[in-house]
Design a protein around this ligand. Structure first.
Ligand code: ATP
Ligand code: MG
Length: 201
């Protein structure tokens, strides 16, 4: 008796919910290339971006990836996606800033990398561009943020761009369509566990 009452209330609630969602789906009828920012101190920024690479490839899209501050050359995502004919993969950084310790050299490396990215941002055949760890190039002054924002604003209208990295600026957040801030609740590394293949690299 009580169960059937609960079931019918559930059904009525779902009917109302469906009407609201259907209306929202109808209102969201625009299509355009999106700018997404994945920032914050929690784990999941780059791996989320590479999840969108997989999605895009599943839809037959062409993808360009540029990794700016490259800490290691043995990541699973690079090994996997590099083999894919629809992926162009560029490693533009020489390592973490605390390893190179040479700002002038890092700036020159980032500027050379930027030339490649600027080309991708003018190529409508590349439907998704991932700029992994780009935020650090602004933080350390390797690249001019406004120059990058201008190029992003002028990109082909249907091209998606995903930027990852901690500490995304206000300007970057304002320019974006979607911003997610990953929160660091807990990380195994702090319990003394080293980076694990398949999870961290
Ligand atoms: P992932 O590539 O796993 O999605 P991320 O891009 O969010 O991580 P980065 O700041 O780029 O994080 O750091 C990359 C590496 O550092 C990964 O091995 C990741 O597991 C690790 N890491 C990320 N966040 C933290 C954290 N809060 N504490 C310690 N290590 C972290
Ligand atoms: Mg990352």
């Amino acid at each position: 008796m009580e169960t059937s009452d609960r079931d019918s209330r559930h059904k009525a609630r779902m009917i109302r919910k469906k009407a609201v969602i259907d209306e929202k789906i109808e209102q969201a009828n625009q299509e355009k290339g999106l700018l997404l920012i994945l920032t914050g101190n929690g784990k999941g920024k780059s791996s989320s971006a590479f999840g969108m690479v997989a999605r895009s490839l599943g839809h037959g899209m062409c993808v360009g990836v540029a990794q700016f501050i490259k800490g290691r050359s043995d990541t699973g995502e690079e090994a996997f996606f590099r083999q894919h004919p629809a992926v162009t993969w560029h490693v533009l950084g020489e390592g973490f800033t605390w390893n190179t310790q040479d700002r002038q050299r890092d700036t020159e490396t980032a500027m050379r990398g930027w030339q490649i990215v600027a080309g991708m941002l003018q190529d409508p055949a590349i439907q998704l561009v991932v700029l992994d760890e780009l935020t650090y190039t602004f933080k350390y002054g390797y690249l001019d943020e406004q120059m990058v924002l201008d190029a992003i604003a002028k990109r082909p209208p249907m091209q998606h761009v995903v930027i990852t990295g901690r500490g995304a600026s206000e300007a970057l957040r304002n320019a974006a369509d979607t911003v997610s801030e990953l929160m660091d609740v807990k990380h195994a590394w702090r319990a003394g566990i080293k980076a694990q293949a398949g999870i961290d690299l």
